[in-house]
Design a protein around this ligand. Structure first.
Ligand code: SF4
Length: 361
């Protein structure tokens, strides 16, 4: 039986964060952290537990950028509440996010004692010049060292990357994704860079020095990164807005590839590529049946039926869409004439790379 996964989020603001990451407005924010205390954690957990169905896999997640950078006594005050719930069996895991340079053996030993199960590092890029231009204040080597230590202590390792930062480009993003794979991440988050109000990036954007990615460019880069992680069996648990770190609400976004459903747009574009790849040159004036799990329906059809119209036009065929809840969630079954095949992202990535149609280098 598959358990549904729930993470009870607890946002720990970074009061007086000593860093000045170019895309983040949190270092200007003061106040807030005092209200995040043991009582707040307990109330938040209780509140969520009332609404989460029984037999779910429940975790508590401390988000906000740099958990292990806050005072140790404060960390332990918050963790001890989560630990109590874990010992009671009310939750199964405790996760938190932090910076690569806020990880060392002493810190990890402490987290182990409080029952932490997963640690997410905001590495953003593995390219030195991108990190420098973004004023991240850590190096790719800090990330490699931290990731190694986290693995050594047997925590689940989550890695967060951003695309579209200053000095970044497609090839640097692909190299970052490859390094994430070599660091053996258990899961990843992928965030396209947005220009947020009251950030240095806003100033650079207004002076015409920084040019954000378009939605189309974002989809192209994310599609290829998604294929790489699919091949490596690393799940992307979030593709979208960098909400945890610096966006308080949508009105904060000045520019950039802002689309709340960007993850769905990327998946939809990928399915379109897959179907065209397997059918182009093989059909003409035929009837094509495409079957998917109902959960995949909107991704197959695309925004305003764009994918279906494109299939009809490019393949010169009739297209029939069928839903089948028995079909695996990531599968597309293609039938035409007497032919039938089932495809998914992994198969597509392997076939297309083998034939040199896509180059993920
Ligand atoms: S992204 Fe995190 S580390 Fe960087 S300035 Fe914002 S809160 Fe501080």
């Amino acid at each position: 039986m598959k358990y549904k996964h729930y993470t009870i989020p607890i946002f720990v603001p970074q009061e007086g964060c000593p860093f000045k990451c170019i895309y983040c407005n949190q270092f200007t924010i003061t106040g807030g952290i005092e209200t995040v205390n043991a009582m707040y954690v307990e109330e938040t957990i209780e509140e969520h537990l009332k609404t989460i169905p029984e037999n779910s896999y429940i975790e508590v997640g401390f988000f906000g950028g740099s958990f292990t950078g806050i005072q140790l006594s404060r960390q332990n005050e918050l963790l001890s509440v989560a630990k109590r719930y874990k010992e009671r069996g009310a939750i199964k895991g405790i996760r938190l996010s932090t910076r690569p340079d806020y990880i060392n053996e002493k810190i990890l030993q402490n987290l182990l004692e409080y029952g932490v199960t997963a640690i997410e590092l905001g590495l953003q890029s593995m390219d030195e010049s991108v990190l420098e231009a973004s004023y991240r204040g850590h190096t790719p080597d800090d990330t490699r060292r931290a990731a190694n230590l986290i693995k050594k202590y047997s925590f689940d390792l989550g890695l967060q990357m951003m695309i579209g930062l200053p000095n970044d480009d497609y090839y640097k993003d692909i190299r970052t994704a490859r390094e994430i794979i070599s660091m053996k991440a258990d899961f990843v988050r992928l965030y396209p860079t947005l220009v947020i109000k009251n950030t240095y990036l806003e100033k650079l954007f207004k002076e015409g020095i920084y040019k954000p990615l378009t939605v189309e460019e974002t989809i192209k880069i994310c599609k290829d990164i998604m294929l790489l992680f699919t091949l490596a069996d690393i799940p992307i648990i979030r593709l979208g807005l960098q909400t945890s770190d610096s966006i308080n609400d949508n009105s904060d976004v000045i520019a950039g590839p802002f689309a709340p459903n960007i993850g769905e747009m990327v998946e939809s574009a990928l399915i379109r590529d897959m179907v065209l790849y397997y059918l182009r040159g093989r059909v003409n004036n035929d009837i094509i049946e495409l079957t998917v799990n109902p959960l995949m329906m909107s991704k197959l059809v695309g925004y305003k039926r764009r994918n279906i119209e494109l299939f009809k036009k490019e393949l010169d065929c009739e297209v029939i869409i069928i839903q089948d809840e028995k079909l695996e969630k990531d599968m597309v079954k293609i039938e035409y004439n007497d032919n039938s095949m089932e495809i998914n992202k992994k198969k597509y990535a392997m076939d297309a790379i083998k034939e040199g149609i896509i180059e993920l280098t």
